[in-house]
Design a binder for this molecule. Structure first.
Ligand code: GLU
Length: 508
């Protein structure tokens, strides 16, 4: 129970995820608000892994927590991977730490052994419900020795330890976000399980105390636990930290965001879909925090972590559960995508194009050149990096392997054949050397192409521009939706464009 002195006088905050599966988006949200305050105050941010629930433990989950938080740029100063003065930072490695606290509570009479079997507890609960009584442990074991208790029914040889919650105690506390909170009275909580592992309530109090945590910032779902924790602090004669309970993230239907209901509850989903980490950080901040107010009084929703942290103020956090508005995220992601340097944007597309089978491995110089040209066409048109895959794919497929999608083919008007004929004629046939008669490849550019096609199809055939180019789009991209047509033709080059137009024409 010796506690090393704090290195700095600044506040110490922590996030304490349980490694029970894919990291939850709430872990990032919580880390963000903890970190914003810690950085503003020159304090420290700690990552602690709460892995005492062995039944729900998942081996690779911890690594995923590290990876996703790193990806978001939410870095910690102390943690299982980086160490720190209060190591170890994994609860399963701290089991020896908890026992002395339990012994002390037992000696003081603030805790007692409970030998009730799970079956007895179940029957007790059912009886209470039947009689419409408040549910909670009935203290059968309190004040009894093992021998006395063994003579009664529902006895288990391996006891748990429960804290004795006084009935007359004031359970109010002040929350940094919510002000005065009055939580319901708990029953005698288990603090040490039969397997010798501490429960969350005990471990969190002991660890927060031993790690010198000054502010506990966590989800609203823990609000009813806080009075239990405050009681433990009091029984152990320890100074409690300050508390802030962040509003829960909600689905559109107001239900709590869960991995079962919403794919966006998984942090890895945002990586898979191609959200930019900086956009997600901005979005998570906006969920519970107002936009930045400019000096002229206007609001700005797009801001960096640095700005957020500099201006952070607990009193501005909205305690009402924010709706996880995917449209807003999509918009914000588009804003961040458009702000990327072209080279950076292209680099961020690469893993998606490889996963999507558009590129196999690192691109050659030629491929990279083409990709940059295509990237410039789509940067303003996508909401996620994943959306780039079908838009880029047609530029990296052989002309004779391009498949015109069913819907693009079905959408072709009756006069598609004539339109394609007119386009082929106006762009000029390909001579024996594979070169266009109408100018060389080097003259081939979007402006020239557009002028030629408009003249031939819009003016020549009298077809409105809105309908004129659908067949050409289907021919060169194989899809109904593609990057701008004339620039796409320019990038593909004359030979490829003409071959694709001809292939669709021949297939009609
Ligand atoms: N292990 C808890 C969780 O998974 C931590 C709650 C707290 O921050 O006290 O959310």
């Amino acid at each position: 129970m010796t506690i090393p002195p704090a290195e700095s006088a600044g506040p110490r905050l922590r996030v304490a995820p349980s490694p029970t599966g894919d990291p939850h988006v709430g872990t990032a949200y919580m880390s963000l608000f903890n970190l914003a305050f810690a950085r503003q105050q020159g304090g420290r941010f700690i990552l602690r892994i709460e892995d005492t629930d062995r039944a729900r433990f998942r081996e690779d989950s911890e690594e995923q927590v590290f990876d996703t938080l790193h990806w978001l740029g939410l870095t910690w100063d102390e943690g299982p991977d980086v160490g720190g003065p209060y190591a170890p930072y994994r609860q399963s490695e701290r089991l020896d730490t908890y026992r002395p606290y339990v012994d002390r509570l037992l000696e003081q009479g603030d805790a007692y052994h409970c030998y009730c079997t799970p079956e007895r507890l179940q029957e007790m609960r059912e009886r209470q419900q039947r009689l419409k009584q408040p549910t909670g442990y009935d203290r059968l074991c309190h004040g009894k020795s093992r021998e006395e208790r063994a003579r009664l029914d529902g006895f288990s040889d391996t006891p748990v330890v429960r804290m004795l919650v006084p009935t007359d105690v004031e359970l109010r506390f002040t929350d940094l976000i919510r002000g005065d909170v009055n939580a319901p009275h708990p029953d005698d909580q288990v603090i040490l399980k039969a397997d010798g592992f501490p429960t969350y309530h005990l471990a969190v109090v002991v660890d927060d105390h031993e790690m010198g945590i000054t502010h506990v910032v966590r989800g609203e779902e823990w609000i009813s636990s806080t009075p239990k924790h405050l009681l433990l602090y009091r029984m152990l004669g320890l100074t409690p930290p300050a508390f802030a309970h962040m509003p829960l993230l909600r689905n559109e239907d107001k239900s709590k965001i869960s991995k079962r209901k919403n794919p966006a509850a998984r942090l890895t989903w945002f990586q898979e879909e191609g959200y930019l980490p900086e956009a997600l950080v901005n979005f998570l901040a906006l969920l519970a925090y107002p936009p930045m107010t400019e000096t002229d009084g206007s609001d700005r929703e797009v801001f960096t972590f640095g700005e957020f942290s500099d201006r952070f103020d607990w009193s501005k956090v909205n305690p009402v559960g924010p709706i996880f508005d995917m449209k807003k995220l999509q918009w914000l992601n588009g804003v961040y995508i458009r702000e990327l340097e072209p080279g950076d944007f292209t680099a961020r597309l690469l893993p998606f194009l490889e996963d999507g089978g558009v590129l196999s491995g690192a691109p050659s110089l030629g491929e990279l050149g083409r990709l940059k040209d295509v990237a410039a066409l789509i940067q303003t048109r996508i909401g996620t990096l994943l959306e780039s895959v079908p838009l880029v794919a047609p530029f990296f497929v052989a002309d004779d392997a391009l498949v015109v999608a069913e819907d693009a083919r079905a959408g072709l008007a009756d006069n598609a054949g004539e339109v394609l004929d007119a386009a082929l004629a106006s762009l000029g046939p390909i001579d024996d050397a594979g070169r266009g008669v109408l100018g060389s490849e080097s003259d081939w550019n979007g402006v020239v192409i557009e002028a030629a096609l408009r003249e031939a199809i819009v003016d020549g055939m009298g077809i409105k521009a809105r309908f004129a180019f659908g067949p050409l789009r289907a021919a060169v991209s194989g899809a109904r939706i593609s990057p701008p047509l004339f620039e796409s033709m320019e990038i593909l080059g004359k030979h490829s464009t003409m071959t694709r137009l001809r292939r669709l024409r021949d297939s009609l």
